[in-house]
Design a protein around this ligand. Structure first.
Ligand SMILES: [Zn+2]
Length: 207
């Protein structure tokens, strides 16, 4: 199952849980803020979160990680190009919006990797590197759920912003057209800051 919890810090960001219903183990994707609220939900639902996954290294997608880690102590994973973002508040943009946020210990995935839970093999996510909004942006695709966690690469009705440091409009359009919109048409696109959409609903805009 997929559960969405919009969390608000400086911005409001969609935080997602991808949970294997049999084992109640799962992934937490883009915990941008409100660590205590996320921890309460995890406890209420009796979920065991095995890994925190980040679609990219902007602070509004990982701001809750330092506080979550004090309780959960689980791996945080991001694309291999994400290291600089996690470690540099000028690059992850936290410096311009409030206190500096840094994460020094992360694990890294690459394009083509398949991420599994330890407890269950029934739930997997394919990593698709989709640079453009940032250099490290990744789409995490779950064929079983017909869903893709696209971060800030594409929103309902519009492409993501390419105006931040390391953004690149040409790469962004390539990532959207040649990668995300090539997924099956019924794939639901779950973004960082908009309502859900689908490959089918967005395809015509980029023809
Ligand atoms: Zn972003």
């Amino acid at each position: 199952m997929i559960a969405t919890l919009p969390v608000t810090g400086v911005f409001t960001t969609n935080c997602y849980f991808l949970i294997d219903e049999q084992s109640s183990h799962g992934f937490l994707i883009d915990p941008g803020a409100e660590a205590n609220r996320l921890l309460r939900l995890i406890e209420q639902q009796h979920w065991t979160i095995e890994k925190i996954l980040l679609t990219h290294g902007h602070f509004d997608h990982f701001g809750a990680v330092p506080a979550l880690q004090q309780t959960l102590d689980i791996p945080v994973m991001i694309h291999e190009y994400g290291k600089t973002y996690l470690e540099d508040p000028g690059v992850n943009l936290s410096r311009f919006c409030g206190p500096d946020i840094r994460i020094h210990h992360a694990n890294y995935f690459r394009d083509g990797d398949v991420l599994h839970l330890d407890k269950s093999n029934s739930l997997s996510l394919q990593v698709i590197h989709t640079p453009g909004h940032t250099l490290d942006s990744s789409t995490l695709y779950s064929p079983d759920h017909h869903a893709a966690f696209v971060g800030d690469t594409i929103f309902k009705g519009s492409p993501g912003n390419d105006g931040y440091p390391t953004g690149n409009g040409r790469w962004l359009m390539h990532s959207i057209r040649s990668k995300i919109l090539q997924l099956p048409e019924d794939t639901v696109l779950l973004s960082g800051h908009s309502a859900p959409t689908s490959v089918q609903a967005e395809k015509w805009r980029y023809a």
